[in-house]
Design a protein around this ligand. Structure first.
Ligand code: ATP
Ligand code: MG
Length: 444
């Protein structure tokens, strides 16, 4: 069922003028080459929903890579070619990103591994896609410019706010679609169509997801946690019994749910208060979700998701140590600025946000205010440096050795606590330490 869009079609309504002209030109170029050219997938869905899209996905019935090279030459765009997937990525001088692919069918030798691809018609290309709402195309050739191809009921499902797979074997072919289904369901507030839900539950009850590689599973999980409401996405994963694929002994208690729920508030406060700190929000959610799991389970999650070193470092700060720090910083009794510094200095910012989320979830205003004050002071104090360095100590006649670290550490504490503010005062303090009585103090 191919159909013509009504007048003032969606391309005209929703694309800025310069994008529209570019697509028209590409349509003419495709005419000249004797190939059919389409805008395809999520872009079309977003256009129909009235959402602005930044990047463009195109597909060519013919040789997509040859066409992509032509476009890159003509528009002086950067080009990266992925032969295995018959896809090219272009970056135009104005920053526009465009993927150009060859229309293809996919065959899955085994479930859960990447497919082999073969050139095919646009209809077949649409059929291999994940959901009907993502399986529409808009033709760009000049005679057909703006014609919507909706072979599988994508518009109907968009109107009905429904996520529907194209065939029964879809989740088996590619279990990442299980997470993609939840991603779109949550993002758009749609629902899973009944059969789709049944197929999803069925696929989730097998070990299919276990066969996904670490990087692919990581990608899906972190994309889900990067959506605007990760808390609901996590609840949905729990409801669909999908959290066991992070680890079968992941501890998803009421307490964990409360911590997860508090993360957005904690992150929002953090970003407002420290706009320069680039915190990894999705990882903070994953940390919150794992926050009551044992170190062994956390280590297994790190391996399962093939997390990067930095992500792994964040994850491994979860646990008792963090709870002790939290207790110290929320209980009555003052903690000196240098002590706050010592408690927090080894923690990545993501862990600090997690501390905050834990306290937010406890709904104890007094402790929370205390913690926020300490965090504020710490973020300022961690910029502080001592005026003196190792070579200054040497010049003062001190033999190089492990004492340097102790002295410089104590000097930093003194700076942070406001006991010294100038280089002269630092020198005086070091000299005092080096005389008899002071030495005893250094040893402490
Ligand atoms: P987003 O807005 O999150 O980018 P999207 O729909 O554009 O959503 P992409 O991952 O960018 O998703 O993929 C673009 C298109 O490629 C999808 O709309 C879909 O048609 C197809 N696609 C992507 N991943 C899959 C998959 N795992 N299985 C089938 N089709 C897929
Ligand atoms: Mg996309």
């Amino acid at each position: 069922m191919k159909q013509r869009m009504t007048k003032n079609d969606l391309l005209h309504r929703l694309l800025p003028q310069e994008r529209l002209s570019l697509l028209r030109e590409l349509g003419i170029l495709a005419d000249e080459r004797g190939v059919s050219l389409y805008l395809v997938g999520g872009v079309v869905r977003d256009l129909l929903l009235g959402h602005v899209t930044l990047d463009l996905d195109l597909t060519v019935e013919g040789d997509g890579i040859v066409f992509a090279r032509l476009v890159a030459d003509r528009y002086r765009a950067g080009l990266a070619v992925f032969e295995r997937f018959a896809t090219a990525r272009l970056v135009f001088p104005d920053g526009l990103k465009m993927d150009i692919a060859t229309t293809r069918r996919e065959s899955y030798a085994q479930p859960a591994v990447l497919p082999t691809v073969q050139p095919a018609s646009i209809e077949e290309d649409l059929y291999r896609r994940d959901f009907t709402i993502n399986a529409m195309a808009v033709q760009l050739n000049s005679g057909q410019f703006g014609r919507l191809l909706d072979v599988y009921g994508g518009q109907r499902d968009l109107r009905a706010r429904t996520i529907r797979v194209l065939h029964e074997g879809s989740f088996q072919d590619d279990p990442t679609r299980i997470f993609r289904a939840i991603r779109f369901e949550q993002r758009f507030g749609f629902h899973l169509e009944r059969t789709t839900l049944r197929l999803l539950a069925q696929a989730a009850s097998t070990s299919l997801i276990q066969q996904l590689s670490g990087p692919r599973l990581q990608n899906e999980i972190l994309l889900l946690f990067a959506e605007h409401d990760p808390v609901r996405a996590i609840a949905r994963l729990g409801q669909l019994k999908l959290l066991r694929f992070l680890h079968r002994r992941l501890c998803y208690t009421q307490n964990v749910k409360r911590t997860v729920t508090a993360v957005p508030k904690a992150l929002a406060w953090w970003v407002r208060r420290f706009p320069d700190s680039a915190t990894d929000g999705p990882i903070v959610h994953l940390m919150a979700l794992s926050s009551e799991s044992s170190p062994v389970v956390v280590a297994a999650i790190i391996r399962r998701l093939a997390l990067s070193r930095e992500q792994a470092k964040n994850m491994s700060t979860i646990g008792r140590g963090l709870d002790r720090v939290l207790k110290r910083l929320t209980s009555k009794g003052t903690v000196r600025p240098s002590q706050v510094y010592r408690l927090l200095a080894d923690l990545p910012d993501e862990s600090l946000v997690l501390l905050l989320a834990k306290q937010v979830s406890r709904q104890q205003g007094v402790g929370l205010n205390r913690l926020k004050r300490y965090l504020g002071a710490y973020m300022k104090n961690r910029m502080i440096k001592t005026a003196l360095a190792g070579r200054d100590l040497q010049a003062m006649g001190l033999e190089p050795g492990p004492e340097y670290k102790v002295i410089l550490g104590k000097l930093l504490d003194a700076r942070i606590d406001g006991m010294v503010t100038t280089e002269a005062e630092e020198r005086a303090l070091v000299r005092k330490w080096l005389t008899g009585r002071g030495k005893a103090m250094l040893a402490r």
